[in-house]
Design a protein around this ligand. Structure first.
Ligand code: NAG
Ligand code: NAG
Ligand code: NAG
Length: 385
């Protein structure tokens, strides 16, 4: 009796063990499966499997409209009749993916390339393969890349980058047919802006460049006054400089900002002449820390409380306003439907591939009629005219 009880215990113990073992094995299989090319999420999260296929290569649009998205649920209120590609850098959202594919919109992964991942050949290969597997496992349609470090031309890093440059497009096009591979580049290819690369080579190694036509003149020396974020002349001259390098204009997408900058004035000489603090450290340098970026939805809340109302600078084709806090003047430069519409006309003028916004989440998607009108007007301004 006691013996059989002991036996039963042993048997029970064994069963528990084999159950545990089975679980471990199952986990191991999943883990290996996840590491292999098959990927974790082989199950389609959408209502029909069709929505998990990436958009085919022949799905091309006359005008590309990119929207960068930082996550959350704002995408539900985007104008899906306009968007052609969403660059997602928030948490992966299956619902967004299914909704985008149902609207024939691509969703691409955003990736930042760090110098330490490029210097070693093996690391380079692993990095891009991992990104491709991640994109594929999430049923995405490509990758949008950005290089952060600035480096002199001819440096070890710069050479490594150039020799690797064709890999992302080769791997993505092979493994995810029809996928889109793009690079973000500064508003001008001029080295003074900071990032010195062979931009023609970059353009040749991807589907198109997203030109970040904003944060213009952030580092300029001397003559310290608040400035527009994306002045018209520089926007067009920066894009033209890319074309002058021999880059096909159909490989350029112009980026527009849905945000502005709030400057703290040392002196406000007159509207549009908000003087900033200057550092005298070797060279006189403007203290741009006296400015902070501000999303369009916050600008729309603040503008009615300004002391100036909306002013328009016709030289730069940009709006601004002045407000006062703690006895100090602030000048806010931003972009609105008028300035963005004017920039949209550059698309036809230079025969660009499209337009893109940084970022979709910067508009107010509440149901308030005033906010809804302001938000609708911003989307409308992306129309090519
Ligand atoms: C959106 O607009 C409404 C109405 O103007 C305002 O009450 C609300 O605070 C705004 N939300 C954001 C996040 O700016
Ligand atoms: C912008 O360019 C136009 C045409 O070249 C010129 O007339 C105008 O003065 C420029 N504006 C600024 C602010 O540089
Ligand atoms: C105004 O001054 C107070 C006290 O120095 C400070 O806490 C606050 O941040 C200031 N407000 C702005 C908008 O600079």
């Amino acid at each position: 009796m006691r013996w059989s009880l002991a036996l039963a215990q042993v048997v029970a113990e064994r069963m528990r063990w084999s159950l545990a073992l089975a679980q471990v094995v199952a986990l191991l299989v999943m883990w290996i499966g996840g590491g292999s090319e098959a990927g974790f999420l082989s199950k389609c999260p959408c209502t029909t499997p069709r929505l998990c296929g990436s958009l085919p290569a022949d799905h091309q649009v006359p005008v590309e409209v990119l929207v960068f998205d930082s996550g959350g649920a704002d995408w539900k209120y985007y104008d899906w009749s306009k968007i052609t590609t969403v660059v997602a850098f928030g948490r992966y959202d299956r619902e967004l993916l299914c909704h985008a594919h149902a609207n024939n919109v691509r969703v691409v992964l955003k990736a930042t390339i760090a110098q330490h991942n490029l210097l070693n050949r093996n690391k380079r290969a692993v990095w891009i393969k991992k990104k491709m597997l991640l994109a594929r496992r999430q049923f995405m349609d490509g990758i949008n890349m950005e290089v952060w470090e600035t480096d002199a031309p001819g440096s070890e890093y710069s050479r490594a980058f150039l020799s690797w440059l064709r890999k992302p497009q080769q791997i993505f096009h092979r493994e995810i047919p029809g996928s889109q591979v793009t690079f973000n580049v500064p508003w001008s290819p001029d080295c003074i802006v900071g990032r010195c690369y062979d931009y023609a080579a970059i353009a040749n190694s991807c589907d198109f460049l997203f030109v970040m036509s904003y944060d213009i003149h952030r580092r300029k020396l001397g003559n310290c006054f608040a400035r527009p974020n994306a002045p018209y002349n520089q926007t067009i001259s920066g894009l033209s400089a890319y074309i002058n390098l021999g880059i096909d204009s159909r490989k350029l997408v112009m980026g527009v900002p849905w945000y502005g900058y709030d400057y703290t004035c040392l002196h406000l000489l007159e509207p549009g002449r908000c003087e900033l603090e200057t550092f005298h450290f070797r060279k006189p340098t403007c203290n741009f820390r006296a400015s902070r970026w501000i999303p369009y939805k916050a600008i729309m809340r603040h503008l009615p409380k300004s002391i100036s109302g909306r002013y328009w600078d016709d030289d730069h084709k940009a709006p601004y306003y002045i407000y006062m806090v703690n006895n100090t003047h602030h000048e806010v430069w931003y972009d609105d439907p008028e300035s963005i519409s004017i920039k949209s006309s550059i698309l036809k003028k230079l025969k660009l591939r499209g337009i893109g916004v940084w970022i979709g989440n910067f508009l107010n998607y509440s149901t308030n009629p005033e906010a809804a009108r302001q938000t609708g007007d911003m989307w409308e301004a992306l129309r090519v005219n």
